[in-house]
Write a protein of this length. Structure first.
Length: 345
């Protein structure tokens, strides 16, 4: 089995209710509240007011992540810049609103500024003119794991020489009412500025390294079958001998989620484990938010972030933080206590 490609992370951006900086990414998500996204402060300038909310979240998170790299990114040729963005519900409520408008008053009343966002790829695509991305812009849409798959795809693009730097991220908005699932907690955007491991970058400050493994265990669940799929990935992850101190698992109550939870209980040992239980149909932001939080924590503890979808898609992120942390200690999230720590939205 080939080891996954590892990326080096130079910049972090986090935009979510109650978590407008990476150091707050590990705090429990909160319901959106009036005024939580101050567009004039987080996304100053013209041309943003009529964009869909999720697009503005992503633009603000990307701007924050790039500002975090200093002037380095600005010196790259456009053909060396790329983005891979994951999302599931970024346009769900918007498309539901389109449907209701067409039924009620007709297509002539649709907003010309928002109609292009019927295509989910437009959310990531809007980054291209904003930041001069000419190498590639891709979108991943696998349920629940799309944000982690964005990092995995970014790593492959870097290894193939398609770009020098890739913005890997996730963006989500509220689920549409007709979906009957999901969570408003999974709202906002997270972005990592990634470069290939081992490639020298003048003046860079690396937060650490990250790699992502993917698998499919199926929707039916079953711990023995899940173990057959995940055990080789876990063994490969631990092969370098460096201990894993923490495991964050983003699960739902589906058979696949229960099977992965059972597998994890048998493998976790004395590691600190945080279980984030979300309703089926939630988006892909929560797992990548945990990666951002672990990177920004300012510790050298190795962490694993695991996510599984109702359909049985699994992604496992191996996070190796550095010790550089630009945030003050008062801004850092509280450390996760030892032992299994369930969290229910």
């Amino acid at each position: 089995m080939n080891a996954p490609v590892r990326v080096r992370v130079l910049g972090l951006g986090m935009i979510a209710p109650g978590a407008l900086r990476p150091a707050r990414a590990l705090e429990p998500p909160v319901e959106p509240f009036p005024g939580w996204f101050d567009a004039e402060a987080l996304l100053p300038g013209r041309g943003y007011r009529k964009l869909p909310p999720a697009c503005r979240y992503l633009l603000a998170a990307a701007r924050s992540a790039l500002d975090d790299t200093g002037t380095w990114f600005a010196g790259l040729p456009p053909q060396d810049r790329a983005a891979v963005i994951g999302g599931n519900n970024a346009g769900a409520a918007l498309q539901d609103d389109f449907d209701r408008t067409v039924i009620a008053t007709g297509a002539a009343d649709l907003s010309p500024a928002r109609v292009p966002y019927m295509a989910l790829s437009m959310f990531g695509g809007r980054l291209a003119p904003e930041h001069g991305l000419q190498a590639l812009v891709l979108t991943t849409n696998s349920p629940a794991v799309a944000g982690l798959e964005a990092v995995q795809t970014a790593a492959r693009a870097l290894a193939a020489g398609r770009a020098t730097a890739v913005l890997a991220g996730a963006v989500e908005d509220r689920p549409a009412p007709v979906q009957g699932g999901g969570s408003a907690h999974d709202l906002g955007a997270a972005v990592l500025v990634c470069v290939q491991e081992g490639v020298p970058v003048a003046g860079e400050r690396a937060y650490g390294h990250c790699s992502v493994r993917g698998a499919f265990v199926g929707a039916a669940g079953g711990v023995p079958e899940t173990s057959d799929v995940l055990d080789p990935l876990w063994k490969e992850l631990l092969a370098d001998g460096r201990p894993v101190a923490r495991i964050d698992a983003v699960l739902d109550d589906s058979p696949a989620g229960a099977a992965v939870a059972g597998w994890l209980a048998a493998r976790a040992g004395d590691r600190a484990v945080t279980i984030l239980t979300r309703p089926p149909g939630s988006g892909s932001l929560a797992p990548l938010r945990r990666v951002v939080g672990r990177m920004a924590a300012g510790t050298a503890e190795r962490a694993v972030v695991l996510a599984v979808s109702t359909h049985g898609h699994v992604s496992i992120a191996d996070v190796l933080p550095g010790t550089a942390n630009p945030y003050t200690s008062t801004e850092q999230a509280s450390p996760t206590p030892k032992g299994r720590t369930p969290w229910q939205p």
